[in-house]
Design a protein around this ligand. Structure first.
Ligand code: SAH
Ligand code: TYD
Ligand code: ZN
Length: 411
């Protein structure tokens, strides 16, 4: 706790943000570097707080968006088979429930490599993705998806509304939580959404992050950690109602929120039910987040102790999945190549590079079995099912997964 610092103002309501967790100086989470590049890295203080008025959990310091979402942004959504299937199912559902009128129009915020819009294209639905990161936007275009290489915000949304008419659905996955300027997003939605249109978005859920002590969900890009209560408060300020919520098992636990213009649709019972559940769990209670911060420090100490003991015992440990989340984990815990000689990852643009800050080398997936380590630290823990199924030979050969969510344990 760092109560002595001056409380910043909530990005949405202007209320006082009370800091509850300081994860220290951190680099840009997905700025992988050439091994020979020893120039000084950008650092910022990664700290999270909660608004005492609207309960929204947010970062205390904002990283300029141009430092994160660049042409070399390495994350590609289609890297996970499970997630590709998830987004194909999202598209199918939207086509059958919301995009049923004549010449429907769907817009996606953060369309990345086109993982969702590909299905819209295949279904013959008029669509447009907003994607500022040039590399991934190019991948989407190569598969025939229409992409605007720009940030979604009020001005760009207005321009699209003027040129292409209103959108029946604006959809976004794992992107709205990346956008500090939520006021501009909502004003853009006001301009772009059809009168009876919906804004559907899914992001990591504060309830799951707290329940699993998944502190590595906090990093530069994840500016907000939403709950149903905080999303409803934000929506109301900008003329929207939360009309439905659905919990999702992806990425360690998310919620999909459906928003409509105030008064156009009655909220489903699930909305009130989830907010009541959040209240019963004390998600808006400062003491809950102080406890979360205490658990975070305990898990850090336990993981470092485990890795140190394994090294002393002469065991080989490698990392699995050079995620954005792992930047928080490695830099907060001080885990470098001495404790974790390398990490394997399926993303070609991360291979041959070193991780931000702690400079752990990233190697291609083939390095995992060459030979298998004694232990594999599962950094891409949100893809555990997919990865552990794919790598079944590792455990059959006596290897063990070292996990740290929801606590340090081996499998
Ligand atoms: N929707 C995909 C990608 C999530 S990664 C998925 O769920 O897998 C977040 C993406 O949002 C990145 O590709 C980033 O470039 C993009 N992004 C960041 N800010 C944005 C903004 N203001 N408008 C549109 N896209 C944005
Ligand atoms: P992810 O956890 O989806 O996101 P974030 O970077 O936002 O924390 O990233 C998954 C990473 O793990 C990505 O770099 C690809 C890698 N990966 C593998 O190496 N093998 C796999 O089988 C899967 C599913 C992912
Ligand atoms: Zn607030």
């Amino acid at each position: 706790m760092t109560e002595e610092r001056e409380s910043p103002a909530c990005r949405v309501c202007g209320g006082r943000v009370q800091e509850f967790l300081d994860l220290g100086p951190q680099p840009i989470s997905q700025r992988f570097r050439e091994p020979g590049d020893t120039s000084e890295e950008f650092r910022f203080r990664l700290a999270a707080g909660q608004c005492r008025t609207c309960t929204l959990v947010q970062l205390v310091e904002e990283v300029p968006r141009g430092l994160m979402f660049r042409d070399d942004y390495p994350f590609t959504s289609s890297g996970s088979t499970y997630m590709s299937e998830h987004f194909a199912a999202v598209a199918k559902e939207l086509v059958h429930t919301e995009l049923t009128g004549p010449d429907p129009f769907v817009v996606e915020i953060g369309s990345n490599d086109g993982v969702m819009l590909r299905s819209m294209k295949d279904a013959g639905v008029r669509h447009l993705g907003f994607e500022p990161s040039g590399g991934v936007a190019g991948m989407a275009r190569a598969s025939g998806v229409r992409v605007l290489g720009d940030f979604f915000e009020e001005a760009t949304a207005r321009a699209v509304a003027a040129a292409e008419g209103p959108a029946d659905v604006v959809y976004s996955a794992n992107t709205i939580c990346h956008i500090p300027y939520l006021d501009s997003i909502f004003r853009g939605l006001q301009a772009l959404l059809a009168p009876d249109g919906v804004f559907v978005f899914e992001d990591p859920y504060l309830g799951d992050v707290v329940a699993k002590t998944a502190f590595d969900q906090i990093y530069d890009e994840h500016f907000y950690l939403f709950s149903a209560r905080s999303v409803r408060a934000a929506a109301r300020r900008f003329g929207f109602d939360v009309v439905d919520v659905r919990r999702l098992p992806v990425h360690g636990g998310e919620v999909r929120y459906t928003l409509a213009r105030t008064g156009t649709r009655p909220p489903a019972p699930a909305v009130g039910a989830l907010i009541a559940e959040e209240d019963a769990r004390g998600l808006a209670d400062p003491a809950t987040l102080v406890r979360f911060a205490g658990e975070t420090a305990r898990i850090r100490d336990a993981l470092v102790a485990e890795l140190t003991a394994l090294r002393r015992a002469g065991r080989r440990v490698t990392g699995y999945g050079a995620t954005a989340k792992s930047a928080t984990l490695l830099n907060y815990c001080g885990i470098g190549p001495d404790l974790l000689p390398f990490i394997t990852d399926s993303t070609p643009s991360k291979q041959g590079m070193v991780t931000p800050g702690m400079r752990v080398p990233v190697r291609p997936p083939e390095a995992f079995a060459d030979p298998y380590p004694d232990y594999a630290l599962l950094l891409a823990w949100n893809h555990a099912e997919e990865i552990m199924a794919k790598e079944h030979a590792f455990r059959r050969g006596g290897g063990r997964w070292l996990r740290y969510v929801p606590d340090v344990h081996t499998v």
